[in-house]
Design a protein around this ligand. Sequence first.
Ligand code: SDX
Length: 394
Amino acid sequence: DTGMFTYDPGFTSTASCESKITYIDGDAGILNYRGYPIEQLAEHGDFLETCYLLLYGDLPTPAQKADFDYRVTRHTMVHEQMTRFFTGFRRDAHPMAVIVGCVGALSAFYHDSTDITDPMAREIASIRMIAKVPTLAAMAYKYSIGQPFVYPRNDLDYAANFLHMCFAVPCEEFKPNPVLARALDRIFILHADHEQNASTSTVRLAGSSGANPFACIAAGIACLWGPAHGGANEAALQMLQEIGTPDRIPEYVAKAKDKNDPFRLMGFGHRVYKNYDPRAKIMQKTCHEVLSEMGIKDDPLLDVAIELERFALKDEYFIEKKLYPNIDFYSGITLKAMGFPTSMFTALFALARTVGWIAQWKEMIEDPSQRIGRPRQLYTGHAKRDYVSIAQRR
Ligand code: SDX
């Protein structure tokens, strides 16, 4: 007994890839990173510990953790020339548009990370991405509000540093709120990896050609941006704001059930979870902690969210389709209470998921049997037919 899973042949025949990183049981609502339940990692660990676990397969010893934290912390600055990239963007550009561009541009800066056949290059690329994506995300936010960029600080932990880079201003000292920093660190853990979701599959497919790892992560960020995927946290908050009051919930649930209406309840449903998303439970608890820390007694958006969840989970359509809240349902309320604009919600998802993309990319690249991805298709178009000159077309 190696402690490793073994699957029935029927399942293996439909899987797109094998992986040892993340396990989801959608029917039971289970999510484990390298065998450790998400509830325990979120409760007891910190995000960089989860990063180490996802990348290297085991929880770090104290010495390994200290070394990993040191290496990530000392790569949080970006090349100073990156600051000039931002001046090319409109101030009102969506932060995800800016981040896609800037993370892709990292592939133009770090030539010692591009030879992916070299384990050291892969290692340094991984550390750099985990370290630098938050800095670029914070810079995108600062640029959008016309404030100066704030450099990372080596005396702050990962989440506190991100709060600092987003909310500090040169005019006064900024002390990250430790309760918010701990809550944000936990939110990063919840978003770190999720097996073969759309953006991770994008990174794997892009990486399978041997492409520059920074460019592959940029491809993952682009895919995550969609409202059906990581963009759902922004869309879910906008939906709650549009619903506005609990008495309008039946009208919106009816729209969500109407096949002729493209409206979907954002933050609800999942391709794999046919039970409650375990991350959503932890997110809801974190939401209450953050609202209480911010002194927000009754948030009307939370009232709508709780009533919408109660209403939908009793509805026969949602029961039949096994639609439950997913990670995006409560995250927007939490991030808004922390002071982030809705436009930054998916950027936070992206910076947390960067480690999952990299861990999955590394696993694929280091698999000796790995070949370029080449999904096959079922052709349903025209049979062979001869060319007709334009003069004869009617
Ligand atoms: C993430 O894959 C991952 O792991 C993603 C993610 C990760 O960590 O990487 O978990 C992050 O992307 C979470 C999902 C965020 N997206 C949303 O909240 C957007 C709203 N949700 C839906 O768009 C939908 O649920 C999807 C896109 C998430 C999944 O859609 P699927 O796979 O097409 O279908 P499903 O199994 O969820 O739905 C089954 C049925 C369908 O109806 P039928 O075609 O069978 O008639 O339920 C319907 C859907 O139309 N349905 C919904 C619904 N979600 C699904 N109806 C109304 N409201 C919804 N939210």
